[in-house]
Design a protein around this ligand. Structure first.
Ligand SMILES: [Zn+2]
Length: 304
């Protein structure tokens, strides 16, 4: 008994060393993104690989927008592959499935598959652009079926966020020749994204009754290239373990596809939605452009 009490006490003090650790995997959408005012695509890839290697991340999954693949960008995908990371399908044209309809979208995803097939680190996961699964339940279920028939599993996320908007503000500042305070930008990126991780984990506990193996949505963008190592360190400091996406997709949440049209905030929010949670409970406060505009101003991240 005394030993057990010691163990519990030690766990409270030293969360990271306990067998119980919440788990999360990293995924990056829209690879290979084009050059930006902040850095070239080649530099972005080199920085991302260096960051993931330096932090000993077991694996990461890059969801490819296949019409970005050309002679130059192809080598970036090969570099991710050679570094031991994996690729997955994020459509060819990145047009919403809600717009294309079930048949049009399935054809688009197939076109991406033909481009991705030659890469030997392709994993058969598919993620919808904008997390748009289809405009109604009939289209959603039809697409689930046709993607499954093509051999694809759903590359769902459990943690949504606006990392793409933080990135857009930084790129816009660089474009306009403004000065960026990178330390402050890093702090905002890390704290905002970490808050969304805690938010969706709390929502999972409320709606599922447990903390699933999470899948974090990130993008293959400049903000990730600059700050993902800091984010990983912070997440670990808070007692989390970084796992591979393949491990994360073993969670029983993978088999729990809720019958709802609300998928755009990820799987946990979709399940909570199907259980009757209200829409405002399913979205973190920072998933909002006005909120982030103000946060950038308040933190004085950009100056002339
Ligand atoms: Zn995307």
């Amino acid at each position: 008994m005394k030993l057990i009490l010691h163990y519990i006490f030690a766990c409270v003090l030293f969360m990271p060393f306990c067998s119980y650790a919440r788990e999360i995997a990293l995924t990056f959408d829209d690879a290979p993104t084009p050059d930006s005012a902040l850095m070239s695509g080649a530099e972005r890839t080199a920085r991302l690989i260096a960051a993931l290697k330096a932090t000993d991340v077991p694996d990461a999954l890059f969801f490819v927008k296949a019409d970005y693949i050309n002679l130059q960008t192809k080598s970036r995908l090969e570099q991710y592959t050679q570094a031991g990371f994996h690729l997955a399908n994020h459509s060819y044209s990145h047009v919403s499935a809600n717009e294309l309809g079930a048949e049009g979208y399935a054809a688009d995803a197939h076109q991406a598959h033909l481009q991705l097939k030659p890469f030997d680190n392709l994993l058969m996961y598919h993620r919808f652009p904008y997390l748009h699964y289809g405009k109604d339940l009939i289209a959603i279920n039809q697409l689930q079926q046709s993607l499954a028939e093509a051999g694809y599993r759903d590359g769902y996320v459990t943690v949504d966020n606006f990392d793409w908007y933080i990135n857009a503000l930084l790129v816009k500042a660089a474009d306009e020749g403004k000065t960026i305070n990178y330390e402050r930008a890093r702090d905002l990126y890390v704290s905002t994204l970490y808050d969304t991780i805690e938010f969706y984990d709390a929502l999972a506990r409320k709606s599922l009754g447990y903390s699933p193996r999470h899948v974090l949505l990130l993008h293959e963008n400049d903000a990730a290239a600059l700050f993902v190592a800091d984010l990983i360190k912070h997440v670990r400091d808070k007692g989390w373990k970084i796992i591979s996406p393949q491990q994360a997709y073993q969670d029983k949440i993978a088999g729990n596809f809720p019958q709802t049209v609300f998928h755009k905030q990820g799987r946990v929010a979709a399940i909570a939605s199907a259980k009757g949670f209200s829409e405002k409970e399913l979205r973190h406060i920072s998933e909002n452009a006005d909120y982030l505009d103000k946060a950038f101003l308040d933190a004085e991240i950009i100056s002339d």
